[in-house]
Design a protein around this ligand. Structure first.
Ligand code: AMP
Ligand code: MG
Length: 490
């Protein structure tokens, strides 16, 4: 089997990365292979599952034309500047052109130490590997731009964390792994030549249309801002909390990356934080839009040397583009919320209607996913199904009034009930990667039983279909199942 790698990143100047071989692991075993994704990448799933394929997925042996490397980047972690981060436990094995003609990175995560590992061991415990697999694939099925999971393997060795844990390696696929922190790395070094080479690479790869404009670098920045605004609006619409939106965890491609202490809301609480290391709620659910802006401001600053030869003008351009973020996010979020409440032709006041519902939900800690899914099933006329929705809310009078206002608004729409219900069900998932189910899959995996992980992954592949009434995967956690904290993905 040959994989037709075409490694464009490896052709960039040498300060962009370190060439690297992985550190072999004793006994790699495949836990799960994503066969549909393999097919999309033009890879042979049977070969990937064979001993030679698993050796590659574990970092033990690479095809000849792979160019394994670990990438350089810097970043702000919780607002603190770290001039050098880089791939401390990741290895880009190469890029392939998928069957749709798109360039995709194939990267191992947990494949051993690199020159960027600092004090880390370059390894990953099995739990975070399973979490990233389940959640990133769930996000993809929900239609969210995201990195994907091609495979998870166990290594046959243990890693030392708070406990001694079985190790794993995740194979991640991304449009690219270039981050805001990659630009910051070269900006901080005042290496403007590298900055330009990186921006050219990003334009070729992700924003080719920017080439046709007067200022391609400005157009690229504008494109990143637009994609991130839409991405974060989409996260909010699904109750997703990234948990560690450091600038090194924000991509130029607009894909969600780095599923560490991420979580989905069960009860709706706009200030919800799960991550154990997020002491001040910097990355709380409702703070994500403003943190997105903060991160993009750092990207804009890093691009100033490219935006104009005149420094003042360059700063002006950066500022103007950044100002567009607020509107881009507000528009994207309004569109998401209008779709969630089933409005086909949104008006300005629909946001108030959506917000009134969110307020009711927050007051009683309504289940975010199930409330919108229950709403999706309701007709224009009151009926038995109303109870499923009203039962999620604690203030019956206010909830009833909201429902009446919503139906009133629907009566001004052209779309019939059947069309609206179908659209709402294609927007409001029946199933999300609930934190307690993910934890359950991880706990079983540590005990050597991957059936829970497989079942959960498969259920999440089709999140908009109606589930059977006795499906426990759609239920919020019982009090003793609630996950209060999530942890970093190391
Ligand atoms: P992340 O939590 O994935 O955003 O990682 C932040 C930084 O820590 C990156 O530079 C990682 O490469 C590095 N890092 C995280 N875990 C490890 C590990 N086990 N060994 C070495 N470096 C790590
Ligand atoms: Mg990271």
């Amino acid at each position: 089997m040959t994989i037709h790698f075409d490694n464009s990143y490896a052709r960039l100047p040498e300060q962009f990365y370190t060439r690297q071989v992985a550190a072999p692991v004793p006994e790699p075993e495949l836990v799960r292979l994503n066969a549909p994704l393999a097919a999309d990448l033009g890879l042979d799933a049977d070969w990937l599952a064979s001993p030679a394929g698993v050796a590659m997925l574990a970092g033990n042996a690479f095809p000849d034309n792979a160019a394994p490397l670990s990438m350089a980047y810097a970043g702000h972690q919780f607002g603190n500047w770290v001039p050098q981060l880089g791939d401390g436990r990741a290895l880009l094995i190469g890029e392939v052109i998928d069957v749709h003609g798109a360039r995709r990175d194939i990267q191992l995560k947990g494949s051993g130490p690199t020159p960027w590992s600092r004090r880390g061991d370059g390894r990953a415990a099995l739990g975070p590997v399973l979490r990233e697999y389940v959640v990133s694939e769930a996000m993809a099925a929900l239609g969210v731009p995201t990195t994907r999971a091609l495979a998870a393997v166990t290594t046959g060795e243990h890693v030392i964390r708070e406990d001694r844990l079985p190790g794993g390696v995740l194979t991640r696929v991304a449009a690219s792994h270039i981050r805001v922190g990659t630009f910051q790395y070269f900006y901080a070094r005042q290496d403007h030549e590298a900055l330009r080479a990186l921006a050219d690479h990003v334009i070729d790869r992700h924003y080719p249309e920017a080439r046709e404009t007067d200022n391609p670098f400005a157009a690229m920045l504008e494109g990143v801002i637009a994609r991130q605004a839409r991405l974060i609006a989409r996260w909010l619409s699904l109750g997703f909390i990234h948990g560690v939106m450091n600038t090194d965890n924000m991509t130029l491609s607009g894909e969600t990356i780095d599923y560490g202490p991420c979580a989905f809301l069960d009860e709706y609480d706009p200030q919800k934080v799960f991550s154990s290391i997020d002491q001040f709620g910097r990355y709380a659910y409702g703070n994500q839009p403003s943190i997105g802006h903060w991160n993009l401001a750092n990207l804009a600053q890093s691009l100033v040397p490219l935006l104009d030869d005149d420094g003042d003008k360059a700063v002006e351009t950066a500022k103007d583009l950044l100002e567009g973020y607020g509107t881009a996010f507000a528009d994207a979020y309004a569109a998401e919320m209008a779709a969630k409440i089933g409005i086909a032709a949104p008006r300005d006041d629909d946001m108030t209607l959506a917000q009134d519902l969110l307020k009711l939900m927050a007051a009683g800690g309504a289940d975010f996913t199930n409330t919108f899914r229950a709403l999706s099933a309701l007709g224009r006329k009151a009926g038995d199904a109303d109870d499923g929705f009203l039962g999620q809310l604690i203030e019956p009078d206010a909830a009833g009034q909201w429902l009446a206002a919503w139906r009133n608004r629907l009566s001004e729409e052209m779309r019939d009930d059947a069309g609206r219900i179908a659209a709402m069900k294609a927007t409001n998932p029946a199933i999300i990667a609930r934190n307690h189910q993910v934890e359950k899959a991880i706990a079983a995996g540590y005990a050597g039983d991957f059936s829970v992980f497989h079942a959960l992954t498969e259920a999440l592949a089709d999140p908009f279909a109606d589930r059977s009434a006795d499906d426990t995967l759609t239920l919020p956690p019982a009090p003793d199942q609630v996950v209060h904290q999530t942890f970093c993905g190391t």
